[in-house]
Design a binder for this molecule. Structure first.
Ligand code: WQD
Length: 335
């Protein structure tokens, strides 16, 4: 099948493109490269031996979307393109609502004109908000406390549910990611945010590489076993494979359906740092700092639905995630 991947040059998108190509699908990437490098397309080709069609454009651009759907018979869309920084979204909420919602609406309208009826959406565990019990289950209410980024995910899920209700035969698979980390075993693909990383693993990797002097652990006075926050970290390659299962599901079902993509296990900040040092043999100096506003003490996924309905289960270990994060940073340093 031919799959349009918006944001396909990004961290999760590029790993998903690799898995799609290696599974025999054709891939068309739409990415404006606002938060990714064009060299990722070359790396996807190096890994798979196949070069996806690539359009450098904004996913809101109806003319480009129409060009893509006219030039290619797209069987399904995987929609990653969007702004994704929780803190930034609090400062520029209109940009987040405009970008994340308009790109989704534009895609759905072009899909309708082209007769494309399968949509896989990059959602987030953030939609569960601060008050749901742990582990999160897909039937729980979704609402977000304070960040517009999270609200865009809740709103887009609702847009997709309403559209599916009004459009018999359309499928929307809502994939709620927990904390994806790691990189491709080749070392060619990984999490390479612009500037100083907001997220834990890329920050750890850059400290290990000597690019940042130390890690600040945001609080060790949480109600958790070691006082640091606990998250459900999953390997980005496992997450990418979950998208292939979602596409298979979309080919056989209609309507909107949400799935948690996590491991079902929580790992603390200190545990992740220590596992990284053990797995790589590299020291990661750290200090304990104040809590980061908005952080929840702990969250992890109930994975029963993805395991039983999608037939997907994360397989890689936390040590694998650490080693592959480190391999990526080392390969970037060599370039
Ligand atoms: C993990 C833990 C921090 C950096 C975010 C988004 C979420 C999703 C995944 C998009 C927390 C601690 C971090 C640092 C630290 N993204 N930390 N020092 O916040 O769970 O989730 O990314 O969907 O929407 O909210 O991930 O990696 O930022 O933080 O101590 O320098 O690491 O306090 O406890 P988070 P994270």
């Amino acid at each position: 099948m031919k799959i349009l991947v918006t944001g396909g040059a990004g961290f999760i998108g590029s790993h998903t493109c690799v898995e799609l190509l290696e599974a025999g699908h054709d891939v068309v990437i739409l990415d404006d490269l606002s938060n990714a490098s064009g060299t990722v397309i070359d790396k996807i080709e190096t890994i798979t031996g196949k070069r996806p069609a690539f359009y450098q454009a904004d996913a809101k651009d109806r003319a480009v979307l129409h060009e893509i759907f006219t030039a290619h018979r797209i069987d399904a869309v995987v929609h990653f393109a969007g702004f994704k920084a929780v803190g930034e979204s609090c400062h520029i909420p209109l940009a987040y609502y405009r970008n994340n919602l308009d790109s989704t609406l534009a895609l759905l309208e072009e899909m309708a004109q082209a007769g494309c009826t399968r949509f896989v959406f990059s959602s987030s565990a953030t939609v569960y908000g601060p008050d749901n019990a742990i582990p999160y289950v897909e039937t729980m209410p979704t609402y977000v406390a304070t960040n517009p980024y999270g609200w865009t995910k809740v709103m887009i899920e609702q847009i997709l549910r309403d559209y599916c209700t009004a459009t018999p035969g359309f499928t929307a698979v809502l994939l709620r990611y927990f904390n994806p980390i790691g990189g491709h075993p080749s070392g060619l693909l990984g999490d390479d945010p612009n500037g100083i990383p907001n997220n834990l693993m890329p920050y750890i990797a850059r400290v290990a590489a000597g690019q940042l002097d130390k890690l600040t652990i945001f609080g060790d006075d949480y109600p958790t076993p070691d006082g640091t926050c606990r998250r459900d970290y999953l390997h980005v390659v496992d997450l990418a494979k979950g998208h292939l299962k979602a596409i298979d599901y979309a080919m056989e079902h209609t309507g909107a359906e949400a799935f948690n993509l996590g491991t079902g296990h929580a790992v603390s900040v200190l545990e992740l740092v220590n596992t990284f040092m053990e797995a790589t043999g590299v020291n990661v100096p750290y200090v304990i700092g104040p809590r980061r506003e908005g952080d929840l003490p702990q969250m992890w996924a109930d994975t029963h639905k993805a395991e039983t309905i999608l037939g997907w289960k994360a397989e890689k270990t936390v040590a694998d995630m650490c080693r592959d994060s480190w391999n990526f940073v080392c390969s970037v340093k060599k370039q």
